[in-house]
Design a protein around this ligand. Sequence first.
Ligand code: GRF
Length: 206
Amino acid sequence: MSGNLPSRLGVLVSGNGTNLQAIIDRIEAGDISAEIACVVSDKSDAFALTRAARHGIPAVVHENIGFPERRAYDAATVEILRSHKVDLIILAGFMKILTDVMVSAFPNAIMNIHPALLPSFRGLHAQQQAIDYGVRYSGCTVHFVDCGTDTGPIILQSVVPVEQDDTEATLSARIQMAEHQTFAAAIKLVVEGKIRVIGRKVRISA
Ligand code: GRF
């Protein structure tokens, strides 16, 4: 990413929003030079909306109701993001796979956090998948979003141990602590222009 550095984040959420909170905290601490221009939730009862309100961040409930198909819903999402002049999109627990409509509107400008070390354990219940497979280490991955499911270029990863008696809940909690650090660190790199995407590889400059 070169030229204009992104500074207006659009954060898409569906649930609790602990990653959103971590990003808000790092911005408010002056550690990430960006502003959250809007939070968009596909769930009206997402606690992430309360977090946005507490920090005076504009929030939009955008449910997938009445749209003829997923691409139409995504086209409407693009409109919302553009109306808030968003230039970097953060998927922070947004539980929908994006269609080409969103991906092509913001090429290499959509970031996702996945609770596993990709390319292992893509898709839903990644933590349970890791437990079931018997890996000793899992973690989280921040990546740019392409049209696949958790397949885009990898920006940062953090390793988290899997304990023998872990449940999906205990492993998720441990991974989430790493997520909050890793996502913020990756966003900081992107807004500071330290990331270049070459094919499916991401180069980080000092
Ligand atoms: C995170 O665990 C993330 O890995 C996954 O969704 C979860 C969102 O959690 N994509 P939160 O809403 O940020 O607390």
